[in-house]
Write a protein that binds this ligand. Structure first.
Ligand SMILES: *Cc1c(COP(=O)(O)O)cnc(C)c1O
Length: 397
């Protein structure tokens, strides 16, 4: 028999979410997560993946993964620190370090895991963390896990950061103080003000931590936001994911050799969770090789991003202040946002509604993620469907 208290809790809360239009329904794909996907037997233009460069379905990566399976099998067999470290893992970490222009790097099973791992390996209850209020959920959880005092600053507000950094420093209460930010904010597509953050960090002796999940492979010739600003030697922790532009799965920290040495002995997901599979690692190595040798995919991604933004803006949609290919279409009301996304879907565009608690209440949006793999025809078709649905629901006139 199940617990009545749990039953009641679930029933009430699920009902409540559904009534407020906040309940997310998952649609399983019947195809690869490419520029066109199939759901329920229907083909849709896909504007919802993080597969920025189309690498998730790239033949070169598939081939590398298959070869690695044939050579090493499907699993790493152990955690990294027992005997789950294959030569391939070391090769990947060396490639990442080179790609990010840092001394060393360490790979984890996901970007989420990276934040669980890295923050709490360095910060503890005698420390403080200055955290942008729009930081990703995994950063928030990683900060909580560390037990450091979390001091939120207003989104990309450098006066607020400076004021709070000064207060924290002058209070003399904390052994270490860290500032953490996303490199690119995934819901709005804006870029963190890293040159200012570095300046404030130098003034108040802050440890700097940039989670560049949405910047890696996209900005700085692929090396990310930190490289984009020429700050590779000024940021202590560069976090990246292997699950978005790289197209596979996994995450990493790139930084000084001593930092990486410390994470290898002290970060818990590295010590207590099985290593990335050989196929994942081999595919990631191939992806980084591709990005290191050509900017073709990034160029196509940015071209498509500009094209989609221009098209939606000309129709009168509010596409926010994005500085990257991420293209939000802000509707506001949660229920209307869900309805808009549903109508797009019925007409042949898969663009997900993103609502509270992922974004603040009243800022519901349909978020569009153009990729290098989209053709102009696909984007034209998507824009035409946006126009039709936008007029139908009175979002544009
Ligand atoms: C997506 C994302 C993550 C999680 O990365 P995964 O590899 O998917 O676990 C972490 N941080 C930020 C900022 C992200 O956008």
């Amino acid at each position: 028999m199940s617990s009545h208290t749990l039953d009641r809790f679930l029933k009430e809360n699920l009902q409540d979410l559904k009534e407020r239009g906040l309940y997310n329904v998952i649609d399983p794909l019947e195809s690869p997560n490419g520029p066109v996907i199939q759901i329920d037997g229907k083909e849709l233009i896909n504007l919802s993946s993080n597969n920025y460069l189309g690498l998730a379905t790239d033949d070169r990566l598939k081939k590398a993964a298959i070869e690695a399976i044939n050579q090493y099998g499907v699993g790493a067999g152990a955690v990294r620190t027992i005997n789950g470290t294959l030569k391939l893992h070391v090769e990947l970490e060396e490639k990442i370090a080179e790609f990010k222009h840092t001394e060393a790097a360490i790979a984890y099973q996901s970007g989420f895991n990276c934040n669980m791992a890295a923050i709490s390996a360095v910060m503890d209850k005698e420390d403080a963390i200055l955290s942008d209020e729009l930081n990703h959920a995994s950063i928030i959880d990683g900060c909580r896990l560390s037990k450091a005092k979390i001091i939120r600053f207003q989104h990309s507000d450098m006066d607020d950061l400076r004021k709070k950094a000064k207060e924290a420093k002058e209070s003399g209460q904390f052994k270490k103080i860290m500032v953490i930010t996303d490199g690119v904010f995934s819901m709005d597509g804006d870029i963190a003000k890293l040159p200012d953050i570095v300046e404030i960090a130098e003034e108040f002796d802050l440890i700097t931590y940039v989670d560049d999940a949405h910047g890696s492979g996209v900005l700085g010739n692929g090396a990310g936001t930190v490289k984009h600003f020429g700050l590779s030697d000024k940021i202590d922790f560069q976090i990246g994911t292997l699950s978005k532009a790289i197209g596979v799965v996994g995450g990493y920290v790139a930084g000084k050799k001593e930092l990486i040495d410390w994470l290898k002995v002290r970060s818990r997901p590295f010590l207590f969770s099985t290593a990335l599979t050989p196929a994942d690692v081999a595919a990631c190595i191939k992806a980084i090789d591709i990005l290191s040798n050509s900017t073709e995919l990034q160029d196509r991604l940015w071209g498509n991003g500009h094209y989609l933004k221009k098209g939606l803006k000309e129709l009168g949609f509010n596409i926010g202040e994005s500085e990257t290919p991420i293209t939000p279409c802000i509707i506001g009301d949660e229920v209307k946002t869900q309805q808009f996304s549903k109508r797009l879907n019925e007409e042949g565009v898969y663009a997900k509604a993103i609502v509270f608690p992922t974004v603040p209440r009243g800022t519901g949006r349909v978020r569009n993620m153009p990729t290098a793999a989209h053709t102009k025809e696909m984007l034209d078709q998507a824009i035409a469907i946006y126009e039709m649905v936008g007029k139908e629901l009175g979002v544009i006139s």
